[in-house]
Structures are given as structure tokens and as C-alpha cells.
Design a protein around this ligand. Structure first.
Ligand code: FES
Length: 247
């Protein structure tokens, strides 16, 4: 299989950046998208050229490191998968594939396709944890939790923090990410002790990181590889009002 990659190349944060084209032959349709980029990099090494910087860790759809825009869509042409889970059989022989980094002021480009997403980490640092001492792991059924409550918490906990929601949103809002992290903990009894503090501090941090406001266009939900629902954002907004009244 032969494709032309058009890839954003940027030497560093202060470089202007440019799209460069690379014709790549010898690809298999069974290769993952990242393996195809690996193959391109091997060819660049042989030509003594600089390899394309891109991020990954697990390559199993778990860590959220690998996100890029592919032909204008976060994580490529399919719903509910990450870039590392995308395969070359999703493209046709002879295709041109445009690959760009996440675009958001709060995600500055470090190099090529790698962006700095530490703004999301700082939101996490402001409350996406439980500080109560819990001792050793309790027996799983020691705290009865209704099935619908645990389901809602687990659906929110599925967020892998890839940043596709921010990069896709026309406002670069981190509302889907932040709301998933808040609702995951605030829905469960273990997170109740700090629920109002968590909402206030995480949403405040979200604002000072420079993310835009949510205007409910729903693009984040469409491009989220984990299918996190924007209902989480509505729930977070209600929690913000409640936390202001009760704190
Ligand atoms: S590399 Fe971990 S989700 Fe893609």
C-alpha cells in the first residue's frame, strides 16, 4: 500500500511550522496508523532526515497519549477509537493523509505532532482525587452503590484525557474533560466529602488555564474516543451552581 502523508513539521514551540509531504510505499493495511508513522520514520532515518515526533505510550487505546488530527478529524475517520487503534485499512491505496497536532492555545506545540497537555494535568491536580485515608482496600461490596450510579461514574471514568475534546471544540473548551473527572468522583459516595471543593477548584483551574467556554455544540462528544456524553457538562454546570450556594 502506498500513501502520501502530509504532516505538520515544527522544530519547536517558537518555530512557525509547515506541512511537508512524504510518499510512503510498502505499507500493509494491517499496520496501525502509528506503525505507518514508524515506517515513515525508518525511511527518514535511512535518508538522514529528521524523524517526525509523535506521542504514544500504550498503543492499546488506554493512555490517551497518541491523539492527532487525521484528515481534519480528531483520531481519524472512525468514531470511538484512538489514533493508535486506527489501522491503515481505513484508507485507500494512493490516499493523501493530512496529519496535524491538536490545535488549542492551551496545548502549545512542543515539536511536530507533540503538544503540551500539562494544562489538563493541572486541572486533575486541583481535585480529581480523594484525600480521605481509606486504609487497606475494603471488600468490594462493603459500600452498597446502586447500579445506575456506579454505571454513571464508570462512564465518566472512561475519559483517558487525550484532549480530543479540547482540540475539536471551536472554543477550545475543556468542559467535557473536566466534567468527566468531576462526575466520576462526585457521583460515588467515596467522593462526596470533597464534592463542592472539587467542583469549585477544578472549574476555576480550567478557567485560568485559558480554555474557552462551552457553548454546547456537541463536537467534543462526537470526537471523544471513549464516547463521553455531554450530559456530564450539564451535570457539572449544575454542580457549580450548587457548590457556590453550599460552600
Ligand atoms: S498510545 Fe495509548 S491511547 Fe494511543
Amino acid at each position: 500500500m502506498r500513501v502520501t502523508f502530509k504532516i505538520w513539521r515544527q522544530e519547536g514551540p517558537d518555530d512557525k511550522g509547515v506541512i511537508r509531504a512524504y510518499e510512503v510505499d510498502g505499507l500493509s493495511e494491517d499496520m496501525s496508523f502509528l506503525e505507518a508513522l514508524d515506517h515513515l520514520n525508518e525511511l527518514l532515518v535511512l535518508k538522514n532526515e529528521k524523524v517526525v515526533a509523535f506521542e504514544y505510550d500504550c498503543r492499546e487505546g488506554i493512555c490517551g497519549q497518541c491523539g492527532v488530527f487525521i484528515n481534519g478529524r480528531a483520531h481519524g475517520p472512525h468514531d470511538n477509537i484512538t489514533t493508535c487503534q486506527l489501522h491503515m485499512r481505513s484508507f485507500n491505496d494512493g490516499d493523501t493523509i493530512i496529519v496535524e497536532p491538536w490545535r488549542a492555545a492551551s496545548f502549545p506545540v512542543i515539536k511536530d505532532l507533540v503538544v503540551d497537555r500539562s494544562s489538563l494535568d493541572r486541572i486533575i491536580e486541583h481535585g480529581a482525587f480523594i484525600s480521605a485515608k481509606t486504609g487497606t482496600a475494603p471488600e468490594a461490596n462493603a459500600i452498597p452503590i446502586p447500579k445506575d450510579v456506579s454505571d454513571r461514574a464508570m462512564d465518566a471514568a472512561a475519559c483517558i484525557g487525550c484532549g480530543a475534546c479540547v482540540a475539536t471544540c471551536k472554543n477550545s473548551s475543556a468542559a467535557l474533560f473536566t466534567s468527566a473527572k468531576i462526575n466520576h468522583l462526585n457521583t460515588l459516595p467515596q467522593g462526596k466529602a470533597e464534592e463542592h471543593k472539587r467542583v469549585a477548584e477544578m472549574t476555576f483551574q480550567m478557567e485560568i488555564e485559558g480554555f474557552g467556554s462551552c457553548t454546547f455544540t456537541g463536537a467534543c462528544e462526537v470526537e471523544c474516543p471513549e464516547g463521553i456524553s455531554i450530559i456530564n457538562i450539564a451535570e457539572m454546570n449544575a454542580r457549580v451552581v450548587k457548590s457556590k450556594l453550599l460552600r
